[in-house]
Ligand binder design. Structure first.
Ligand SMILES: Cc1cc2nc3c(=O)[nH]c(=O)nc-3n(C[C@H](O)[C@H](O)[C@H](O)COP(=O)(O)OP(=O)(O)OC[C@H]3O[C@@H](n4cnc5c(N)ncnc54)[C@H](O)[C@@H]3O)c2cc1C
Ligand code: HEM
Length: 403
């Protein structure tokens, strides 16, 4: 338990952290990687360069500091981060290393303002926060489908659209696949020729659980800011059937609640459809009477992945409705419901909007912001809204978050 004085110091430094938070975490990463270059094998370099990871860590530290006397209120947030840590292989022995460098960074950025009393208070508080993470992660490691990164054979590689390709993955050891919940992801650790470090990325499982293989569906991230996506481009261009990929066990707190009978609304933009297809297929096979509305936005028919698979599932059921929205349909595109973008007025027309429905969505950040705002404006309660970020989690209600 922390002393009352420590709690007071921590709480009074939250506004200081809010001003300097990202400067502190940027400095922290600089020092961390200088002293522990081996950690570059688990951190995502693109997120670092774009500042997204810095922002995520800073936000987590503010949240923890503001709630230091009632950490139980941030447990749901900790769980999401802990799943990510578990899937990356973050271990208890990493925590003191991070703590030590975080304190050095605070000292460095705040200078004389960081008195011994403040630094000692933060050292104590960090220990308490780290113990919460370590405790939750320990249970996650115990319950994980397997330990570490396991070799999987690419048994099929299927082009699903002009930008998205699926990989079917079977464990090399032929031992049964671990169960997963529809919406969860796996981490893949890639050793790319010519690269000094390994690169780990998350991919949502895009098929229903209970198959003989896992399926991931990957968008080729090429050309943005003249820098190609490291892992997705390698997967598209180099990885072929018969190759081995190393996966950690399924993880993540974004998954379909299959104990619920409520109408379920699945909304996706672009490659954000992968967890939604897993959820759709699960409902279709396990809860065939449950009402589903599946909404997907794509640029046009060419970039629309898994179209026939979704259509066939919907055709076979009286309880599944699909809506496809194309930003710029091609002349040959047929069967889309709406041209342009999803907006609040249209959602109001097509959605059940009963408070006994559950809403799940995933897509690019600006897309998710629009959906989130629209659902809240249409009086959907927050507990019925669930979403996934294909990058470090952030706050959708903030005006500007890094894409
Ligand atoms: C929970 C979760 C589930 C996910 N599920 C899926 C999924 O099902 N399918 C899927 O395709 N993806 C998914 N992702 C995203 C995936 O993990 C990767 O982030 C994605 O494939 C891009 O990785 P990359 O290595 O190809 O690109 P990176 O090399 O990581 O680059 C990412 C982006 O940053 C840009 N970039 C890189 N370096 C720089 C730089 N120096 N300056 C400026 N910009 C730069 C690149 O152009 C690219 O647009 C998921 C992510 C998460 C967190
Ligand atoms: C109490 C201490 C810690 C806090 C508050 C914290 C917080 C976070 C947050 C908020 C994220 C983003 C989660 C997301 O993707 O949505 C994250 C990711 C991550 N964390 Fe931690 N973390 C802590 C300790 C550690 C430790 C000890 C390590 C290991 C060295 C670590 C390694 C990572 C890595 C590798 C990622 C993913 C980075 C990326 O893909 O961009 N973290 N952490």
């Amino acid at each position: 338990m922390l002393q009352q004085r420590t709690i007071e110091i921590i709480k009074s430094t939250v506004p200081v952290l809010q001003v300097h938070g990202e400067a502190i975490t940027s400095r922290f990463y600089e020092m961390l990687f200088q002293k522990h270059p081996e950690l570059l094998n688990i951190f995502n370099h693109a997120n670092q360069k774009k500042g997204r990871q810095q922002a995520a860590l800073a936000n987590a530290v503010y949240a923890a500091a503001a709630n230091i006397d009632k950490l139980e209120t941030i447990i749901p947030v900790v769980k999401g981060i802990a799943y990510k840590h578990r899937s990356l292989g973050v271990k208890p022995e990493h925590y003191p290393v991070v703590g030590e460098n975080l304190l050095l960074a605070i000292k460095d950025v705040l200078g004389d303002a960081a008195t011994d009393e403040i630094i000692n208070a933060w050292a104590e508080a960090y220990g308490v926060i780290a113990d919460v993470f370590i405790g939750i992660e320990r249970k996650m490691y115990e319950n994980a489908g397997w330990e570490g990164f396991r070799p999987f054979v690419v048994t099929r590689k299927i082009e699903e659209s002009s930008v998205i390709t699926s990989f079917y993955l079977e464990p090399e050891d032929k031992i049964a696949l671990a169960k997963f919940k529809p919406g969860q992801y796996v981490s893949i650790k890639m050793d790319i020729p010519g690269q000094v470090n390994t690169h780990i990325r998350q991919y949502s499982l895009s098929d229903a659980p209970g198959q003989s293989s896992y399926r991931i569906s990957v968008k080729k991230e090429s050309g943005t800011d003249a820098v190609d996506g490291m892992v997705s481009v390698y997967l598209h261009e180099r990885v072929k059937e018969g190759d081995i990929l190393h996966l950690s066990a399924p993880a993540g707190d974004f998954y379909l609640n299959t104990d619920s009978e409520k109408h379920v609304v699945l909304i996706s933009g672009g490659v954000g459809l992968t967890p939604m297809v897993s959820m759709l297929k699960t409902v279709a096979s396990e809860q065939p009477e449950r009402e589903v509305t599946f909404v997907h936005a794509a640029i046009n028919g060419q970039s629309h992945a898994l179209k026939d698979e979704v259509r066939d599932i919907a055709k076979a059921s009286d309880h599944i409705t699909t809506h496809f929205v194309y930003e710029s349909p091609l002349d040959e595109d047929l069967g889309y419901t709406k041209r342009g973008y999803i907006d609040q007025a249209w959602l109001k027309e097509i959605l059940p909007l009963k408070d006994d429905a559950e809403y799940y969505f995933c897509g690019p950040i600006p897309f998710m912001q629009v959906i989130n705002r629209a659902l809240l404006a249409l009086n959907v309660s927050k507990e019925n809204i669930h979403f996934e970020f294909f990058g470090p989690a952030s706050d959708l209600e903030k005006e500007s978050i890094k894409a």
